[in-house]
Design a protein around this ligand. Structure first.
Ligand SMILES: Cc1cc2nc3c(=O)[nH]c(=O)nc-3n(C[C@H](O)[C@H](O)[C@H](O)COP(=O)(O)OP(=O)(O)OC[C@H]3O[C@@H](n4cnc5c(N)ncnc54)[C@H](O)[C@@H]3O)c2cc1C
Length: 455
């Protein structure tokens, strides 16, 4: 970056260019790496707006960034320029208990927001496994989902209004502070999940619900694959809505067992069900799931006895992804979503597709909403193996679409999945998206080329 431009950036917004900061800002959890020329760390929306006005006038590339836990390269500065690190804007601005609304800056950690709401008897349901590390802004920009999606949905169901700085530095407010509003287009939904390509979220107004008085967890271990498949199918037929219905397959469990040093967890499959509400309804619903899972051949089906066992199980579930990465550092990790009734088929086909490419695969994820975290595993990660794994991933995506599914449930498209977009979107649909991008970011400054190549 031209040093004179860097000086202009510093004049409008705090910024750093030390080697460590540039190194950290160059990557996210996708494993991809780009080149950050400067890291801007605004403390206010005005500083973000001033930076974007400068970027638009100059122009230079800007990559918005939260905690960098994204899995698809969204926060990777692929084309250099300024990384806009929003973590210093980290204030919870308001929790309105009567309205059931929270207002937060983008750098607030999602886990901190959840805790602050719970301390007031309110509940912010979206719960990505990374909640303790990821930011509100990143979660809005990816429409993050997570462990409670089966009952409560994802970020897109909780964002009422946003303040957004557009690529030219103008500031807009979308949505309303009310539960209903149809004034104008639904711009809030447009920005939720837009992966930092359309604007920079500088404030989010979020809908809260009352904190459920009680939650209870059922754990079901399986000793063979066929019983696990029957168990998942049976659980999905239960006429109750659990807040979580999670599945971990044998390979993923083997990684977790090593990671948390619990060899007894290396079994053929695990299903976790969590219900919330009053104590009696939790007990009634869990007994329905217990009957379904036992009837399907669950080897060990029981309620988590104590709060500590419950916490240990959910903590382990949150760490599956890191455990898998520790065991198989070379892998492609995808997050396809299929109709719930096709979850078992997709899990089975994932392994079959990988075997056809001479590879292994594993799956875990949110069966309650059809979302499989599918990892294609590599032994060495050399060029030949990567090419085979990439072809395998393409076939996994094709199969998910054939089953009526979608490329990504919650991680987004960014860099890693953009070449596969035509599998799901028609040329006309892609053209409509690109027209929106060009209207809002005519100079192609924000996350240029991500999601839609050529933008
Ligand atoms: C171990 C692990 C487990 C995970 N589990 C889940 C899970 O269960 N569910 C799930 O949905 N995700 C999960 N993720 C993915 C990731 O944590 C989420 O996508 C998260 O919401 C990203 O937040 P972040 O602050 O890290 O954003 P970043 O990674 O920094 O950015 C993500 C995207 O958002 C954009 N962005 C960030 N802030 C802003 C802003 N203020 N305005 C505009 N654009 C912005 C970036 O440009 C980028 O495109 C997991 C990741 C890890 C590493």
């Amino acid at each position: 970056m031209d040093p004179r431009v860097a000086d202009l950036v510093r004049a409008v917004c705090p910024a750093v260019d030390g080697a460590d900061a540039l190194q950290r800002a160059g990557a996210d959890e996708s494993g991809l790496r780009g080149r950050a020329d400067l890291v801007a760390r605004p403390r206010t929306a005005d500083e973000v707006a001033a930076l974007m006005r400068l970027a638009h006038a100059t122009p230079f590339h800007v990559t918005p960034r939260g905690a960098g836990t994204g899995r698809c390269g969204g926060a990777v500065p692929e084309r250099g320029g300024v990384v806009l690190d929003l973590t210093a804007m980290d204030r919870i601005l308001e929790i309105d208990e009567a309205e059931g609304i929270a207002r937060a800056e983008p750098g607030v950690l999602l886990g901190d927001l959840q805790a602050a709401c719970e301390a007031r008897g309110l509940f912010f349901p979206p719960d990505p496994a990374s909640a303790k590390e990821c930011t509100v802004g990143g979660a809005v920009a990816t429409s993050a989902g997570g462990l409670r999606g089966a009952k409560y949905g994802t970020m897109k169901h909780y964002v009422l209004a946003l303040t957004v700085v557009l690529a030219d530095g103008s500031v807009i407010r979308t949505g309303a502070r009310t539960r209903k509003s149809v004034t104008g287009y639904d711009m809030t939904s447009l920005f939720v999940g837009s992966e930092g390509t359309l604007g920079v979220v500088v404030e989010a107004t979020l809908r809260l619900v009352p904190l459920p008085p009680h939650a209870a967890t059922l754990v079901a271990w399986f000793d063979d694959e066929a019983s696990l498949e029957r168990g998942i199918a049976a659980a999905l037929r239960v006429r109750a809505v659990p807040r979580a219905l999670e599945v971990v397959d044998a390979k993923a469990l083997s990684a977790v067992a090593e990671f948390v040093a619990k060899p007894e967890w290396a079994r053929a499959g695990l299903v976790l069900v969590e219900c919330d509400g009053d104590e009696a309804s939790c007990a009634r619903e869990l007994s329905m799931f217990a009957a379904a899972l036992s009837g399907a051949g669950g080897a060990d089906v029981r309620r988590a006895d104590s709060a500590s066992e419950r916490d240990a199980l959910w903590e382990a579930r949150r760490r599956v992804s890191r455990a898998v990465r520790a065991k198989w550092p070379h892998r492609f990790a995808e997050d396809v979503c299929v109709p719930r009734t096709a979850f078992v088929q997709m899990l089975r086909d994932l392994r079959g597709i990988a075997a056809r490419h001479g590879l292994d695969a594993l799956g875990f994820g949110h069966a309650g909403d059809g979302n499989i975290h599918a990892s294609v595993l590599m032994r060495t990660g050399d060029d030949g193996e990567r090419a085979r794994a990439a072809a395998c991933v393409g076939d996994v995506f094709r199969r998910a679409i054939e089953l009526g599914g979608t490329l990504t449930a919650e991680h987004g498209i960014a860099i890693t999945k953009r070449d596969y977009l035509p599998l799901e979107l028609s040329p006309e649909t892609i053209a409509a998206h690109v027209a929106v991008k060009r209207a809002l970011d005519p100079r192609g400054i924000l996350n240029a080329g991500k999601v839609f190549p050529g933008t």
